[in-house]
Design a protein around this ligand. Structure first.
Ligand SMILES: *Cc1c(COP(=O)(O)O)cnc(C)c1O
Length: 215
């Protein structure tokens, strides 16, 4: 099978498991070559996810689409990230939000990253800190709060974890009605995340195969 057929078959299999029409599938292209992104684009995919600024910048310059940054944020790179990314999924720091608001040249959509266990390895803030961060975002005209994002801690059973995430999201939406989106679910658990109420899933290896290591 050539690469295009392989990706098309994988994509079809993933799309076949998407059971609601309101789901946005983000193809996570980090570490895969830009030729793969081009193939995905030809296959009708319009949302792409990247974890690193340099890599996202390079790919977004070559393939049109809606580009999502979902990696760890370094403050000094925010200006560059805001140039190529349309959406940031991994905001978890008020000072980053302030800086983003001042450096971006366009309004940018932002998900706040939630952490269920507070482990800094995956990033995110605890549920108890979300309201203050959300209120801060509301003071920033260039930063548009669209929802919450979560990566489950290792060892947390997916249905239990995503059910908790969905409940936290519902409470958050009570205070921030514009934050309707929930970015949850990756290759191993996106079907369960959809069941639990995710609106955005971030899927890489199920579509593109074994991920080459970051160089
Ligand atoms: C890499 C990554 C994904 C995609 O992971 P796969 O297991 O390849 O689907 C999704 N979200 C985040 C935050 C990631 O870092």
């Amino acid at each position: 099978m050539n690469r295009r057929d392989e990706i098309a078959a994988n994509l079809l299999a993933v799309q076949g498991k998407i059971t609601r029409p309101d789901i946005t599938l983000i193809a996570v292209t980090k570490t895969y070559p830009v030729s793969d992104v081009q193939i995905l684009h030809e296959l009708g995919i319009n949302n792409f996810g990247e974890n690193r600024n340099e890599e996202g910048l390079e790919k977004a310059a070559q393939v049109e689409g809606r580009w999502h940054f979902q990696g760890e944020i370094q403050s000094r790179k925010l200006r560059d990230i805001a140039r190529w990314a349309d959406v940031i999924h991994s905001l978890d720091d008020a000072s980053h939000a302030t800086k983003l608001n001042s450096v971006t040249e366009k309004e940018i959509d932002v998900f706040l990253q939630l952490s269920l266990d507070g482990d800094p390895a995956r990033g995110g803030v605890r549920a108890s800190e979300l309201a203050a961060l959300g209120a801060h975002l509301h003071t920033l005209p260039n930063v548009n709060l669209v929802g919450l994002m979560c990566v489950l801690p290792l060892g947390v059973e997916a249905r239990i974890g995503f059910t908790e995430v969905a409940k936290i999201h519902r409470d958050f939406q009570g205070e921030f009605p514009g934050a309707q989106s929930l970015s949850a679910g990756m290759s191993g658990d996106f079907e369960i995340a959809i069941d639990c109420g995710a609106t955005h899933i971030r899927v890489g290896s199920q579509i593109l195969g074994m991920r080459p290591p970051h160089g």
